[in-house]
Design a protein around this ligand. Structure first.
Ligand code: G6P
Length: 466
C-alpha cells in the first residue's frame, strides 16, 4: 500500500481526549489518516518574524505530523488575506466582503511555494499526496516544478461558486489552471463539481474526454464529488463516555419543562447566525404560548479574529442576542443562551442528545458536519429533529431533515414550530433514515472513495489513450 501524505493549512492532530475544536476539516483528516500510518503536513499555527522553513516532527497515534511556522507577513497576506478575505467570502457567495489586494495574492503564492519546498524532501517515490482546501490550490503546481511526479489529489472542503461569480475574481484563470497540475480534484457535491466543469468548458476551452475527465490547458484532469462524512465509529465511542453523559444530564436538568434548541458553529458570517437569531425571535413573537416552553442555546466559538468581517459579525450578534433576551426575558426566565466558547466534542455530543431540535442554517456551506453529529447523538427511541439549511452540502444527503431557506427568519420560525410539535413516530421515521446515511457515508467511506479514485487515475488515463 502506498503511503498517504495529507496536506492542509490547519493541522490539529487528535489528542485522544475529545477536546478538539469545532471545525470539521481537521477532525476528518485525523480520521482519514488512521490505518494509513501516513504523514500529515501543514502550518504549526505559530508565526515567526522571518520564515525559517524548520520542520517540527512528532509521531501521534501512528501518524507522523510535520509542521512549519509561518512568517508574520504570511499570516497577514496568505491566511488572513488571500485565503480568508478573498477566497473564503467569494466561494461562500459574499462578493460584498471579498477583498482584492495584490499583496494578498503574492502572499498566497509565496506560502504555497514555501510549503512545497519544505514538503518536497519528505516525499518518497511511492507516496500518494492528498492536498486539502482553498489555502493550497497552487501547491501541486509548485511541487511539480520541484520534480514531484507522484499522484497528487486535491479536495475542496468549501463550495465551488457558480461560474459567473467565480469570474469576478481577478486571476481566476491561473487559479483554475493550477488545479490541472493535480491528477484528481474532488468536490463535496455534484453541484460544485458541475459549476467547476462549466467554468472550464466556457472560460478555458475545456472539453470532456471521458467520464469525470476534463481536458484543458493542454492537460487532463479527473474530477469527482465525494461528500465528506463524520467519524461515526469514534463518535459512537464518545457518546458512551462519562463526560457526554454528564453533559446530557446537566442540560436535561437545566431544561426540565422546556424544550432545548441547539446550534453549534464557528463564529463565521457564512453560518447564517443573524438570520437564525431572527428566526428564533420570530418564533417567540408569533407564538406567545411557546415563550416559556423553549430555550435556545447557540454555541459559537470565535474564529479568524484578525479579519474585520469576523469582528463585525461578532458585534452584530452580541447586539442581537442582547436584544432578544432583553425583549422576552422575565425575572425568572430567559429564552436565549449565546456562548462564545469552545466545547469538547464529547460534551457537544451530550448537549446534542439533550436537545429537541438541532438548528443548522448556514447561508452556504461545503458540507457541514455538525448536522451529522447532531443526528448521530440522538436517542433512537426519542430522537430530536434536525432543521437544516438547503444550502449546506449535507442537504443533498439529509433529505429527511426539515430543510429551510436560511435567509428567511419566517421559514426558520415555521420549521422550528413544526419540529417542536412533531410527534414521536415521525421523529423516529425521519431520524432512522438520517442516521442510516451518516453511518454509511462516513469519513472512512469518503477517504476510501477518494483514495481509490486517485490510485486509479493512471489506469484510467491509459484506458482513455488506448
Ligand atoms: C473550514 C475550512 C477549513 C478550516 C476550518 C477552520 O472548515 O474548510 O479549511 O480549517 O474552517 O478554520 P481555520 O481558519 O481556523 O482553520
Amino acid at each position: 500500500m502506498s503511503r498517504l501524505i495529507v496536506v492542509s493549512n490547519r493541522v490539529n492532530p487528535p489528542t485522544g481526549k475529545g477536546d478538539e475544536s469545532v471545525g470539521g476539516l481537521a477532525m476528518a483528516l485525523a480520521a482519514a489518516l488512521r490505518e494509513y500510518s501516513g504523514l500529515w503536513f501543514g502550518w504549526s499555527g505559530k508565526t515567526t518574524p522571518e520564515f525559517t522553513g524548520q520542520l517540527a516532527m512528532q509521531r501521534i497515534d501512528g501518524v507522523t505530523v510535520a509542521t512549519v511556522d509561518l512568517e508574520e507577513a504570511d499570516y497577514d497576506e496568505y491566511y488572513n488575506g488571500y485565503a480568508n478575505k478573498t477566497l473564503w467570502p467569494l466561494f461562500h457567495y459574499r462578493a460584498d466582503l471579498t477583498a482584492y489586494d495584490r499583496a494578498y495574492g503574492e502572499g498566497y503564492e509565496r506560502v504555497n511555494c514555501r510549503f512545497a519546498e519544505t514538503l518536497r524532501p519528505l516525499i518518497e517515490p511511492d507516496d500518494m499526496v492528498w492536498i486539502h482546501d482553498y489555502h493550497l490550490i497552487p501547491l501541486a503546481r509548485e511541487l511539480r516544478k520541484l520534480g514531484v511526479e507522484n499522484r497528487i489529489g486535491f479536495f475542496l472542503h468549501i463550495p465551488w461558486p457558480a461560474h459567473q461569480l467565480f469570474t469576478t475574481l481577478p486571476g481566476h484563470r491561473p487559479l483554475v489552471e493550477a488545479l490541472f497540475d493535480y491528477d484528481l480534484v474532488g468536490f463535496q457535491t455534484a453541484e460544485f463539481q458541475q459549476a467547476f466543469e462549466e467554468y472550464v468548458i466556457s472560460e478555458a476551452d475545456g472539453e470532456h474526454v471521458g467520464p469525470h475527465c476534463l481536458k484543458a490547458f493542454g492537460r487532463t484532469l479527473h474530477v469527482g464529488s465525494y461528500p465528506i462524512g463524520m467519524d461515526a465509529s469514534d463518535f459512537g465511542k464518545m457518546m458512551k463516555s462519562a463526560r457526554a453523559a454528564r453533559m446530557r444530564d446537566l442540560m436535561t436538568a437545566a431544561t426540565v419543562f422546556r424544550q432545548l434548541i441547539v446550534g453549534v458553529d464557528r463564529l463565521d458570517y457564512s453560518k447564517g447566525l443573524e438570520e437564525r437569531f431572527l428566526g428564533f425571535e420570530r418564533l417567540l413573537i408569533d407564538n406567545p404560548d411557546l415563550r416559556r416552553e423553549v430555550l435556545m442555546l447557540q454555541i459559537a466559538p470565535p474564529s479568524r479574529e484578525g479579519v474585520e468581517a469576523y469582528q463585525e459579525i461578532r458585534a452584530r450578534l452580541d447586539a442581537l442576542s442582547g436584544r432578544i433576551n432583553g425583549e422576552f426575558s422575565d425575572i425568572d426566565w430567559a429564552p436565549f443562551r449565546y456562548v462564545n466558547k469552545n466545547y469538547r466534542r464529547d460534551e457537544l455530543a451530550g448537549i446534542y442528545c439533550a436537545s429537541k431540535v438541532g438548528l443548522v442554517t448556514p447561508l452556504r456551506d461545503g458540507m457541514n458536519l455538525v448536522c451529522k453529529e447532531y443526528v448521530a447523538a440522538q436517542n433512537p427511541e426519542d430522537p430530536g429533529v434536525l432543521v437544516l439549511s438547503r444550502f449546506a452540502g449535507a442537504a443533498r444527503q439529509m433529505k429527511e431533515a426539515l430543510l429551510v431557506n436560511p435567509n428567511s427568519p419566517e421559514e426558520i420560525a415555521e420549521a422550528l414550530k413544526q419540529a417542536l410539535a412533531m410527534d414521536k413516530s415521525e421523529r423516529i421515521r425521519r431520524w432512522r433514515a438520517l442516521f442510516e446515511n451518516v453511518q454509511r457515508e462516513d469519513v472512512t467511506a469518503w477517504r476510501d472513495a477518494f483514495v481509490a479514485d486517485l490510485a486509479g487515475t493512471a489506469e484510467k488515463l491509459k484506458a482513455l489513450a488506448s
